[in-house]
Ligand binder design. Structure first.
Ligand code: OAD
Length: 245
């Protein structure tokens, strides 16, 4: 085993990153934590420590109580709109400019990657600023948010719902296919700020490993991916990513 100090390890990682042919980055809530947006599973501040996903993030929850779910997402939308992209988001936007073949997949619905300048983002779990018809799943753009009660689709009368993917729902097929294909064919895969617990997103790193990519994890805490990653940086995305550039 060769042991590097932190700076030397990051230098070697940077070298490998720029030598790679095709790079895929998967982000989770942790990359937005330094922007003040709570993660889901942090034991103290995570959203799922205070709220139950069954009551708020499933189609059944919305059927039972559309206003409760609508209001909770309106509160989160307000929070992410007030947040600013951090150095981690900015570093990934810069990486997109520098690398020829770069794919960013995010589980986040907060648009902070796009606001930092990332142009090509595969939004695995949708986007909280969008509104869908709850029956047809088509995007509805006629509403000026915020609205205090869920409005109705002007075509079919069904309630409008947040444009995110809930537990038990399918990932939009084009995003699913593009993310899978990129993970299969990349030679450098970085998992950042995700607990690697929610599938199919967590499966992307497994696909990358199976197809021979060099897999890196950036997270202050260990996850189920940690023992399998080739390189683990135990740190905060906003501090580590600018140094990787
Ligand atoms: P989690 O809340 O499950 O995990 C966040 C991860 O970020 C944890 O592993 C933290 O250790 C790490 N973390 C915290 N601060 C960090 C920092 N500054 N830099 C880097 N990492 C940091 O969030 P996700 O993995 O994104 O889905 O959750 C996956 C999905 O579960 C979400 O998209 C959401 C949620 O329920 C749905 O709502 C469908």
């Amino acid at each position: 085993m060769v042991i590097f100090d932190y700076t030397e390890g990051l230098r070697l990682l940077t070298q490998r990153l720029y030598e790679s042919r095709k790079v895929v980055v998967l982000t989770g809530a942790g990359i937005s934590a330094e922007s003040g947006v709570p993660t889901f599973r942090d034991a103290l501040t995570g959203l799922w420590a205070q709220y139950s996903p069954e009551d708020l993030a499933t189609p059944e929850a919305f059927e039972r109580n559309p206003k409760l779910v609508w209001d909770w997402y309106a509160w989160r939308r307000d929070m992410v709109e007030k947040a600013q992209p951090n150095l981690g988001h900015l570093a990934l936007a810069e990486l997109e400019k520098r690398l020829e073949d770069f794919t960013l997949v995010t589980q986040n619905v907060d648009s902070l990657h796009q606001r930092a300048g990332s142009r090509r983002v595969l939004e695995y779990h949708g986007n909280i600023t969008k509104t869908l018809c709850s029956k047809e799943k088509t995007e509805l753009s006629e509403f000026a948010l915020p609205l205090s009660t869920p409005p109705c689709c002007s075509l079919c009368g069904a309630y409008a719902r947040p444009g995110v993917v809930w537990f038990g729902e399918k990932i939009p097929v084009d995003v699913l296919e593009k993310a899978n294909a990129a993970s299969r064919s990349c030679d450098f895969f970085v998992s950042i700020g995700t607990s690697s617990l929610v599938y199919p997103a967590a499966g992307l790193a497994e696909v990358a490993l199976r197809f021979g990519a060099y897999v890196v994890e950036i997270n202050p805490e260990p996850t189920p991916l940690t023992p399998f990653a080739h390189f683990v940086v135990q740190g905060q995305a906003g501090q580590v990513l600018p140094r990787l550039l």
